[in-house]
Write a protein that binds this ligand. Structure first.
Ligand code: KG4
Ligand code: ZN
Length: 334
């Protein structure tokens, strides 16, 4: 079965054709991130206008360049995300579904991030413990099967990606902050492999729950930099990155200890962080736990994950049921 996935929840406009939920036939992502670098972050109305410019060319490219021309169904992100951006993809998908009389399936963007790990010949074994860390959300969920998710914990305030983005901004680094901080951190750690990174707090790390909080990190960075103007910026990058990774590791492995899953899955844009990937892989190996982490282009927003999620969560919907829901959480079906 071939599914056309469409993703427009934020600043990426993406379309992909995926076969049987596991094989990417063609995938294209257009990003307006370059434009947002100038403003240091996303301005929702500008992101929506860029979506409008890109949506037809991107779908056109996916359908024309795909070696397989027929599609059986359409999956589209309905939330969470920016309302203006979401509406562009949803209306395009509904129009295609109507014109070609194909089934259309609404997709939860956060759940779709997890499916980056299923675009593979060797999919993870259930139950999976998933850490989904993106720019707007950070959640730990237990996935017992397709469509069977249990939320276990998550951020009480800023998402992990948001913490990277906001601290990067304070350090004068470009948007999005995650890659810039990752690079600075790597530069520092390559030169100082044994350096102990203890400058910033790890809130809630020892609390008896699976939640975390990252909003204090930006305040800590602000205070520190105001009083210590000469600290190597690459050290600060490494300090920020380690504070985030330590908390994510502690809470995720606490959940693993309780729920004893077959597999550990990372997902979302922050899963592109090399130090996070290596740290999780090392700990999972110690426990002899199956560890899955998507290839880098599938961590950040794309439509192949949307199409895969569509395949594994097929239900019948009428066009009028497909609506944008900017506030959707990972717990919500649609
Ligand atoms: O999943 P995503 O592409 O979009 C959302 O659904 O939010 O995630 C974007 C987030 C941004 O906050 C960005 O800074 C972060 O992922 N990110 C990274 C890296 N690449 C992207 N964070 C840390 N290290 C990276 N290499
Ligand atoms: Zn995302």
């Amino acid at each position: 079965m071939r599914i056309l996935g469409i993703e427009t929840s934020c600043d990426e406009t993406a379309a992909a054709v995926v076969e049987d939920g596991v094989k990417i036939v063609f995938s294209v992502v257009a990003s307006s991130a370059e434009m947002h670098i100038k403003t240091g972050g996303i301005i929702p109305e500008k992101a929506a206008r860029e979506q409008l410019k890109s949506i037809i060319p991107v779908i056109d490219e996916a359908l024309k360049e795909s070696p397989i021309k027929t599609i059986d169904a359409i999956g589209v992100t309905v939330g969470p995300g920016l309302i203006g951006s979401l509406l562009v993809g949803i209306e395009a998908a509904k129009t295609l579904a109507y014109a070609f009389q194909k089934p259309i399936i609404p997709v939860n963007h956060l759940v779709a991030h997890i499916y980056a790990n299923f675009l593979s010949d060797t999919p993870p074994q259930f139950p999976c413990l998933c850490l989904v860390v993106s720019g707007g959300h950070s959640d730990i969920v237990l996935m017992k099967g397709h469509g069977d998710l249990e939320w276990i914990g998550g951020t009480r305030d800023d998402a992990a990606g948001e913490a990277f983005d906001k601290t990067a901004r304070l350090l004068g680094l470009p948007y999005p902050g995650g890659p810039a901080i990752g690079l600075g951190a790597k530069t520092f750690m390559d030169k100082n492999p044994d350096f102990k990174l203890t400058l910033f707090p790890r809130p809630m790390i020892t609390d008896d729950n699976f939640d975390f909080s990252f909003s204090g990190l930006k305040t800590a960075v602000l205070r520190y930099t105001e009083n210590n103007k000469d600290t190597d910026i690459n050290q600060l990058c490494a300090e920020v990155q380690q504070a985030i990774v330590d908390v994510l590791i502690a809470k995720t492995f606490k959940a693993i200890n309780k729920y004893k899953p077959q597999s550990l899955l990372l997902a979302g844009g922050v899963a592109a962080n090399l130090h996070l990937r290596e740290s999780f892989a090392k700990k999972a190996k110690e426990l002899d736990l199956g560890f899955y982490c998507p290839p880098l282009p599938l961590c950040t927003d794309n439509a192949a994950t949307i199409a895969s999620c569509t395949f594994f969560n097929q239900k019948t919907f009428s066009l009028k049921d497909i609506e944008a829901n900017p506030e959707l959480t990972i717990n919500d079906a649609f």
